[in-house]
Design a protein around this ligand. Structure first.
Ligand SMILES: NC(=O)c1ccc[n+]([C@@H]2O[C@H](COP(=O)([O-])OP(=O)(O)OC[C@H]3O[C@@H](n4cnc5c(N)ncnc54)[C@H](OP(=O)(O)O)[C@@H]3O)[C@@H](O)[C@H]2O)c1
Length: 346
């Protein structure tokens, strides 16, 4: 075991010097671990949706090509950080070794099944073999190891939730926690990409916060996605518009809100150029939460300025205190949501 590791993982950064692991070009994924780290035997990578889509498109849908791309990214960078989207994902694995100075605030033991709640984009990872790619749920079964720093966040998989379900739900755990904070009774709430994984869980929470008040509006262009939303029954309106078309979104939201627009907009669409649909669906003093990793800060900031919008724009921080427990609780208490997750994402 090595000593002298930094709690934020800077000791693992190879280049550029002085960077934190997330914005490093390359990190050191070698063993042995430092004494303030924890080593995980990795079973499954849950690749971030925006990243998986980009890699699949870059390989014209060819899964062998996608496998090679993942191996090449991790080989070059020492972590699964898509160079185009910048995003990573999370993983499922088993605790293999705990450093003697690791803070162990999650009370982990060797042999515990865990999911990571910090991004793969900052996690030193070594892949020995890709066993299988599960297209449709953005997951990759591998043989390999990952290293977590003192500040990393890991969640023990609860005994009553199957591992793959926990992994799928925990991947987007930041979104329901933020939705709970943002949505208040009587508001108009728009969820963009509402038929997807994070979108549907945000709809469940928004409905709970609104109760019978307010209006919950889904934006979802594909028919399949709309069927998923309708099946859950949380939303008052389902708009089949494309979030890459801001004028169409603004018009559609205006129609169903009698021109009031939304108090809160939550964007879960994993595609580029949806910033302005989010901002233009909101009231001038509304709140826009950009959970999607396909967000461009420049497009959001300059776009809002360009139309004179004073909306509060929030970056989709994936962490909120208690987010993992809250997400697991939703899987226990919302059987319709759990069933959808089990059918579509597991
Ligand atoms: N901030 C964080 O910490 C964090 C953590 C995890 C994930 N994310 C990000 O959150 C986003 C959503 O992830 P997810 O796992 O929920 O993805 P997902 O399951 O693929 O869901 C995305 C949804 O958006 C819909 N969509 C696609 N194109 C659209 C468009 N042009 N306009 C409106 N809706 C559109 C999809 O419809 P179809 O299924 O019909 O294509 C789907 O219903 C991704 O960008 C991901 O990177 C962020």
């Amino acid at each position: 075991m090595r000593s002298g590791g930094c709690r934020y993982g800077t000791h693992r950064v190879i280049e550029p010097k002085g960077a934190l692991p997330q914005n490093a070009q390359k990190v050191d994924n070698t063993l042995p671990i430092y004494d303030n780290e924890i080593l995980i035997d990795v079973d499954t990578l849950n690749i971030d949706s925006a990243s998986f889509r980009q890699m699949k498109e870059a390989n014209n849908g060819n899964i062998e090509g996608l496998k090679k791309m993942i191996l090449s990214i991790v080989g070059e960078r020492g972590k699964q950080q898509n160079p185009v989207t910048g995003s990573g994902g999370m993983l499922l694995g088993t605790v293999k070794e705990i450093g003697s100075n690791y803070n162990n605030r999650f009370d982990l033991k060797v042999g515990d099944k865990v999911a990571s709640l910090v991004s793969l984009s900052l996690t030193p990872l070594k892949i020995e073999e890709i066993i299988e790619v599960f297209d449709g749920r953005d997951q990759v079964k591998i043989k390999g190891h990952a290293v977590f720093f003192d500040t990393g966040v890991l969640a023990k998989i609860p005994a009553d939730i199957p591992e793959t379900l926990a992994l799928a739900a925990l991947d987007v755990a930041g979104a329901p926690a933020q939705t709970k904070r943002l949505v208040k009774p009587n508001q108009n709430v728009v969820i963009i990409g509402a038929g997807g994984k994070s979108g549907s869980i945000c709809c469940a929470v928004a409905r709970e916060m609104l109760g019978k008040t307010g209006k919950l509006i889904a934006i979802q262009p594909s028919e399949n996605g709309r069927k998923r939303i309708e099946r859950l029954g949380y939303c008052d309106e389902v708009l089949g518009v494309n979030a890459q078309d801001p004028i169409a979104c603004q018009r559609a939201v205006s129609e169903v809100t009698n021109g009031e627009m939304a108090d809160v907009v939550i964007n879960c669409a994993p595609v580029q150029d949806t910033e302005m649909s989010s901002i233009m669906s909101a009231k001038d003093n509304g709140t826009v939460y950009l959970f999607t990793m396909a967000t461009s800060f420049t497009k959001a900031a300059l776009g809002a300025e360009g139309i004179g919008s004073d909306a509060l724009i929030i970056v989709g921080n994936g962490y909120a205190p208690g987010h993992a427990d809250y997400t697991m609780e939703l899987m226990r208490t919302k059987p319709e949501l759990r069933k959808l997750f089990e059918e579509v994402y597991v």
